[in-house]
Structures are given as C-alpha cells and as structure tokens.
Design a protein around this ligand. Structure first.
Ligand code: NAD
Ligand code: UD1
Length: 341
C-alpha cells in the first residue's frame, strides 16, 4: 500500500512511518513541522534503509494537499495525525485549536474526497469519553463532553467522520482512541521531543533523569486510588504504531460505509508513583519528586477495555512496562536535547 501520513514527522507519526515501512508499505508524509523536526524522518530512513517522500504542507491548505495527491495517484489510504495537542494551551487559545484541528481535517477530507482516497485512520483520544464515563472505557459507551478544546476538537472530528461516511459510503474510517502512549523506538534514535516544559508525565520524568529539570511535581496524592496518585493506561508507542498498520489492514477487508472506533491501550491502569518507581528501578536513576496540588481537569483513573481491538484488529499492546521505561531512557539519554530543533 502507499499511505499518506499527515503529521508524520511527529512523535507517533514517525514511529508509525517506521512500522509502515517495515511492513512493506510506501509512505508519503505531509507535515508543516510546527511541532516536529525533519530529523525524525531522516532517522526513520536510516533505520529502515528505505525512503519517505516528504512535503512541508499545512493541512489547512487544500490546494497544496491536492497538488501532493495529484503527484501520487496511487495512494490507497490516509493516516491522519496532524493536530495541535497541548491540552492546557487549547483552553487558552481554543480558536487556534479548532482552526488547526477541525478546519484542517475538513480541508484534508475535501481534498481526499476529490481524489477518491477514502480509507482513513484518525488519531483520536480517550478524552472523547468525557469526564463522567465509567471505567474501563469501552467503545459501546456514548461519547461524553471532553474538558478541553483539544478534546472537543477530537470529538467533533469523530462526528464529522461519522456524517461523512453516512453521506459518502465510499469512505471507510477507523477512529483510534489512544490512551497514554509513552516510550520510544528501541534503537533510541527516535522518540518524543516536546517543546519547552513537558506537559505529560513521561517526558517530564525523562528530563528530570537527564538533569534538564530538578524534580517532578506529582499532581495530587489524595485521589481515591491505591496510592493516592492518578492512574492511567500507558502503552508503548511502538505497539501503538503497530495498531495503525493493523487498522489499515482491517479497513482493506471492510465493505464501504464503515466508521468504527477502537480503544488502543493495554487495559492495565498504573499510578504516577508506579511509573516513577519503575523508571528508577529499570534505569537506576533516582527521580526526585514532590507532591503538588491536583491539576485542573485531571480524572482520578481511566483505562481501556481493549477487547475490540484484539478481536477485530488482531492487535494487542505486547511490550512490557520495563520496555517502556528502558526505551524512554535510551532515547532521552542518547538525545538529551531531543532532535535539537
Ligand atoms: P506531535 O505534535 O508530535 O505530532 C503532530 C504532528 O502534526 C507534528 O509533526 C506537527 O508538526 C504536525 N501538525 C500539526 N498541525 C499541522 C498542520 N496544520 N498541518 C500539517 N502538520 C501539522 O503529536 P503526537 O503525540 O505524535 O500526536 C499525534 C496525534 O495523536 C495527534 O492528532 C494527537 O492529538 C493524537 N493523540 C496523541 C496522544 C499523545 O499522548 N501523544 C494521545 C491521544 C491522541
Ligand atoms: C493528557 C490529556 C489528554 C491527552 C493526553 C495525551 C489532560 C487532562 N489530559 O492526558 O487529553 O490525550 O495527555 O496528550 O491534560 N502528571 C504529574 N506530573 C507531571 C505531569 C503529569 O503528576 O508533571 C500526572 C497527571 O496528573 C496524570 C498523569 O501524570 O495523572 C498522566 O499525565 P499526562 O501524561 O499529562 O497524561 P493525561 O493527563 O492522562
């Protein structure tokens, strides 16, 4: 297959590009590099000894997308990662998030519809279940109201995709609802390289470990969980990347007019303290931490029921917690400044 990957230079996109190439597919990436570096894709090429076709294109530019598609009439499917994803920032500048994520996706879909490229995998998030959903989250639950503009943009796109499929059954769509992807490729050559102070737990821990930050603040130790810290479903980014290859294969076998959501997680909740302790155990690096107040918008605990992905996509998250920690450390210690972007 030849696959169009939007946002392919980013964290999950670069790992997925690598797995697509390993699986024998061709990859065309469009990315405006607003939160990534071309270096990630150069490293994927080195790791695979294969070539990626790259275009620095913004998904809000329909003409540019159509130009790319005209040069590749043999593209069979799209994996759509391109989005802004900082939850806190999305609350401060919601219009920018809706413009980039929602308008960007609409523009992309119009160009794909014109070009008749109708197999589509979307990067969604567990946040679409909203704040009231019972755990573990299962796809049969109704979606809720996400707390942030970022989360709402993901839910809106799922709804747009569902309407699109109803109106144009030539489309086949898989919405992949990620839980908490962490880790890096085992080579240590590609990984997560956030701008500025990391918002997410794992990159913060990794930056404390290399001495870039003094200590971790654990947001809340008074939650109704075993050790009082929040619980999440952390999965290895390489497992997540495999999930995209599986979703593409699944789409190929479906009849037209399908739009399905899949949880991609391990099904096992882990607390912030468990993550910090496991990281120290696996790497032998102590992580100084202090308890801080709860972070606004955080839920005490959520994790996936991942049965649907297992049964229908033939996908499970196989890598261990130890792999997640080891690979995070390998990437961060070999690249203390990330890609140096
Ligand atoms: P990332 O920021 O590393 O990757 C996103 C990529 O999209 C970047 O390379 C960025 O430059 C590009 N991009 C953004 N806006 C664009 C635009 N208008 N035009 C072209 N390119 C654009 O983020 P990631 O962690 O790899 O996330 C990938 C996708 O997965 C996103 O849609 C994100 O919302 C979703 N997601 C991520 C997580 C997570 O924990 N990382 C969880 C759930 C869902
Ligand atoms: C967050 C987003 C979610 C998004 C996901 C991936 C919120 C409320 N949710 O999920 O919508 O899909 O990122 O981008 O922001 N923690 C600390 N100290 C830190 C950082 C985090 O204690 O410095 C804790 C958090 O309180 C949380 C856990 O670590 O309990 C995981 O946090 P994080 O990695 O930010 O992911 P989520 O909050 O689950």
């Amino acid at each position: 297959m030849k696959v169009l990957v939007t946002g392919g230079a980013g964290y999950i996109g670069s790992h997925t590009a690598l797995e697509l190439l390993h699986a024998g597919h061709e990859v065309v990436v469009i990315d405006n590099l607003c939160n990534s570096s071309l270096e990630s894709l150069k490293r994927v090429e080195l790791l695979t000894n294969k070539t990626i076709t790259f275009y620095q294109v913004d998904i809000r530019d329909g003409d540019e997308i159509s130009n790319v598609l005209a040069q590749h009439p043999d593209i069979n499917a799209t994996i759509h990662f391109a989005a802004l994803k900082a939850v806190g920032e999305s609350t401060q500048i919601p219009l920018k998030y809706y413009q980039n994520n929602v308008y960007g996706t609409l523009t992309l879909l119009e160009a794909l519809q014109k070009a008749k490229i109708t197999n589509f995998v979307f990067s969604s998030s567990a946040t679409v279940y909203g704040e009231e959903a019972p755990v573990p989250y299962v796809e049969t639950l109704k979606t809720g109201i996400p707390s942030s503009a970022y989360g709402k943009s993901k839910l809106m796109i799922e709804q747009i995709l569902s309407d699109l499929v109803k109106s144009d059954p030539s489309f086949k769509v898989a919405c992949l609802r990620y839980f908490n992807p962490i880790g890096a490729h085992e080579s240590g050559m590609i990984g997560e390289d956030p701008n500025g102070i990391p918002n997410n737990l794992m990159p913060f821990v990794a930056q404390v470990a290399v001495g870039k930050r003094d200590k971790l603040s654990i947001f809340g130790n008074d939650y109704p969980t075993n050790d009082g810290t929040c619980e999440r479903d952390y999965l290895h980014v390489v497992d997540l990347a495999h999930g995209h290859v599986k979703a593409l294969e699944w789409l190929e076998k479906q009849s037209n007019g399908i739009c399905e959501a899949f949880n991609l997680g391990t099904g096992n909740p882990l607390s912030v303290l468990e993550i910090v302790n496991e990281f120290s155990k696996v790497t032998n690096v102590n992580i100084p931490y202090e308890y801080a107040p709860q972070r606004e918008g955080d839920l005490p605990a959520f994790w996936a029921n991942a049965d649907k992905a297992k049964v229908e996509l033939n996908w499970t998250a196989d890598k261990s917690l130890e792999d997640m920690m080891k690979d995070t450390w390998h990437w961060q210690s070999s690249n203390p400044q990330g890609y140096g972007k």
